[in-house]
Design a protein around this ligand. Sequence first.
Ligand code: TYD
Length: 136
Amino acid sequence: MSITRLLTFENIVDQRGSLIVLEALKNIPFEVRRIYYMTNLSSDNARGFHAHKDLTQVAICLNGYCRFVLDNGSNREEIILNAPDQGLLITSMIWREMYDFSTDCVLLVLANQYYDESDYIRNYNQFLQEVNNGKN
Ligand code: TYD
């Protein structure tokens, strides 16, 4: 089964521009408790390099592009996000790395929980151990 789960949002386009609506428990498959966004990104500085024990997120590249690597401990997949009507659904226990940000990249993330540093796994070997323990 693919690790990469892409949501496609309706894009309401007319001569004035484009409008995309995100609604909790409708086109976003959870109650949104937190929203954050990243700007001033650079192609030289990758981000991420962690998994979450118990967090679900949707990442949307509002402008520009960037690449995501997703890793479930067995397989690695890579995807480019380059359209504001695409949302990348990242569930718990998925290692993610983001890189190759365009200079105009704006990356929005919706999350189903408040920020909690204790939910992070920032060590790849620890991630592999925990993900494999979960399988036994
Ligand atoms: P981090 O999640 O490590 O960023 P990325 O995965 O994009 O590289 O977060 C960077 C810093 O920001 C880190 O010190 C934690 C802090 N932070 C918060 O305080 N609240 C938040 O909601 C998030 C996402 C990060």
